[in-house]
Write a protein that binds this ligand. Structure first.
Ligand code: UD2
Length: 328
């Protein structure tokens, strides 16, 4: 049992982000000390509202590109033993326009952090990888070893995440989780990289028609944010006794493909929407199908996704109902 003096510390980069804020909330509820950093490039202070005043939460506005960042934080918080590295350039279009910046943040800064984490004896360094690491691979479901140096990535975002995951996995304390399409409360429908789920829910609640880009037959593997948080805990071994972190690269998804048309229909059912969806041309560079093979991660960690799409959509909808979504 942890007591007040010996709480184990977890560092979360991107703590003000969509997933990072859920992870922070969960770790605080599990009685860990949480040190969060974010530079608010895409994160929002409001995401941390429910736990910002917690006495076990320490927040620093900082960039992950800062030299010796972990060393400094470890000096201030000697309890730090786990790092969840989620801060990144997360917008695919932004990455195309700012390739060097994306590589500097998503790859070079990650390499520096994982190295520092090893030198500082961190038990685990868990990295937010991405389904984008697979590029346009048509072999479905996607298995971890399909992404290789020969993979043709469709954006600097995908390339940077692939190279960073590979380096993280080579560190004895490193785990990279390739998350597929995450959705849930706090996903901002107004941002340029927002996902289709939040866009659909925000539009339906505003009585606007949903916009389907292309024919709607394209499919994605949608995973609810609490299942992703649970995957981070499993990766670090924090919900096993004794804690035994994993090492390597693992997919995190549901293993189920859902078409955008099905998503639109389910959204309309849940919101009692009657507006017919509007069809617009396919998004340039869009991937047709994306589906995770999650067998490896399930086998090594005991994790499995728990929240079905209808349930996850209902929970997200409930949250949207309580928070007026920004214009999208
Ligand atoms: C996901 C990630 C992205 C990157 C990419 C790599 C999210 C939110 N985005 O993009 O960061 O990792 O995978 O492959 O997880 N669509 C509509 N109507 C809308 C919005 C989207 O029909 O209003 C379509 C869109 O054209 C696409 C599908 O919905 O076919 C999913 O779009 P998305 O932006 O939610 O996610 P994705 O998989 O393109």
């Amino acid at each position: 049992m942890q007591n007040m003096r010996t709480k184990v510390g977890c560092l979360i980069t991107g703590a003000a982000g969509f997933v990072g804020s859920h992870l922070a909330e969960c770790l605080l509820a599990m009685n860990f000390q949480v040190v969060g950093i974010d530079n608010f490039f895409s994160g929002r202070r409001d995401n941390m509202r429910s736990f910002a005043d917690s006495r076990d939460f320490y927040f620093y506005e900082a960039s992950i590109t800062e030299r010796n960042l972990m060393r400094k934080l470890k000096r201030w918080h000697p309890e730090l033993r786990y790092c969840f590295h989620l801060a990144a350039v997360v917008s695919v279009p932004y990455s195309v326009e700012h390739e060097d910046e994306t590589m500097g943040i998503n790859l070079t800064a990650t390499q520096a952090l994982v190295k520092e984490s090893r030198e500082l004896d961190f038990t685990a360094f868990v990295f937010a990888g991405s389904a984008a690491e697979y590029g346009r691979d048509p072999r479905l479901p996607l298995k971890e070893d399909y992404a290789t140096a020969a993979t043709r990535h469709t954006s600097p975002y995908g390339r940077s995440k692939f190279l960073a995951s590979r380096d993280v996995a080579q560190s004895p304390n490193g785990i990279a989780l390739r998350c597929f399409n995450i959705y849930g409360p706090r996903q901002d429908p107004a941002s340029p990289y927002s996902g289709v789920v939040s866009r659909f829910l925000a539009a339906a609640l505003a009585g606007q028609s949903l916009t389907i880009l292309g024919d709607g037959q394209q499919t994605r593997d949608f995973i609810y944010v609490s299942d992703v948080v649970d995957a981070y805990l499993h990766a670090a071994g924090l919900n096993r006794r004794p804690a035994s972190p994993l090492n390597g690269v693992y997919n995190v998804g549901t293993g189920e493909a859902v078409s955008i048309l099905t998503l639109a229909r389910t959204t309309l059912q849940l919101t009692n929407g009657s507006e017919a969806p509007a069809f617009l041309p396919e998004r340039p560079g869009d991937i047709r199908h994306s589906l995770a093979d999650i067998e490896q991660f399930k086998a090594v960690s005991g994790w499995s996704p728990k929240v079905s799409l209808p349930l996850g959509l209902r929970k997200t909808l409930e949250w949207f109902g309580r928070h007026t979504p920004p214009e999208c």
